[in-house]
Design a protein around this ligand. Structure first.
Ligand SMILES: C[S@@+](CC[C@H](N)C(=O)[O-])C[C@H]1O[C@@H](n2cnc3c(N)ncnc32)[C@H](O)[C@@H]1O
Length: 228
């Protein structure tokens, strides 16, 4: 099933007075996603940026499990940035930093890293449900930045629906893809091979493909040639 076809806060779900938005899909997908991330992140320390954080709920869940990791949520939508900040305040966890305004169409999407006010080289980048609901240049920017900012043992986790060898993996994804393209001709479910080509261009390689509920996948990228 398609996870996002309406904007958070405009889908009839409650909006808290402080601006916290609630994504229905978060409640279904955060545990399966965490089960994959924790295999890599558990026991590690460092900085992790989430791009396109949306409501901000995922970072809160992940940060609770990883006190030695500093989480940097981000988005470019003002309403979402407000929600991320509200969830951060609500959670009151010391390892979640204020939301960054990151626009993935900029290949150098993490300016605070350049001026020293943001994270250091990244242990991981997490990106869920973004590159199919955005123009392809967002995927290009995501990978350009990941190639630049990930540390040598770092990982990019990319969650969402994907095509494999040009074909949808489920009828529901095909229907979702059509609805996305009807909303915006530049949107659409991406093919794994096309995403791998972007990765190769910035020195990253697909190291794992993990099936997820509802015909989604997590694609895990690391530096080409780096040991697992
Ligand atoms: C479908 S939501 C997914 C939110 C969250 N990751 C989740 O899974 O619940 C897509 C998010 O990508 C963000 N987004 C869209 N274009 C973007 C861009 N160019 N740079 C960064 N974020 C972007 C949107 O503002 C939105 O919050």
């Amino acid at each position: 099933m398609a996870e996002y076809v309406v904007e958070f806060g405009k889908d009839g779900r409650p909006v808290e007075p402080d601006g916290r938005l609630d994504a229905a899909a978060f409640h279904r997908n955060h545990e399966p996603i965490w089960a994959v991330l924790q295999r890599f992140l558990a026991g590690k320390s460092g900085d992790v940026v989430e791009v396109g954080s949306g409501t901000g709920q995922h970072v809160v869940h992940f940060a609770r499990h990883t006190p030695d990791i500093t989480w940097w949520p981000s988005d470019l939508n003002e309403r979402h940035l407000k929600s991320i900040e509200a969830w951060r305040a609500h959670a009151a966890l010391p390892n979640i930093r204020p939301a960054l305004r990151i626009d993935l169409t900029d290949p150098a999407w993490c300016p605070p890293m350049h001026d020293g006010s943001g994270p250091a080289e990244l242990l991981a980048v997490f990106c869920a449900n973004v590159i199919h609901i955005a123009p392809w240049r967002v995927a290009e920017g995501l990978f350009a930045g990941a190639g630049r900012y990930l540390r040598s043992d770092g990982r990019l986790f990319l969650y969402g629906p994907f095509k494999r060898d040009g074909k949808h993996t489920a009828m529901s994804n095909a229907v979702f893809d059509t609805s996305l393209r009807q909303q915006d001709a530049e949107w659409g479910v991406r093919d794994i091979a096309d995403v791998e080509k972007l990765a190769a261009g910035v020195g990253l390689a697909l190291v794992e493909t993990v099936p997820m509920p509802a015909n989604n996948l997590i694609l895990v990228f690391g530096r080409s040639g780096a040991s697992a």
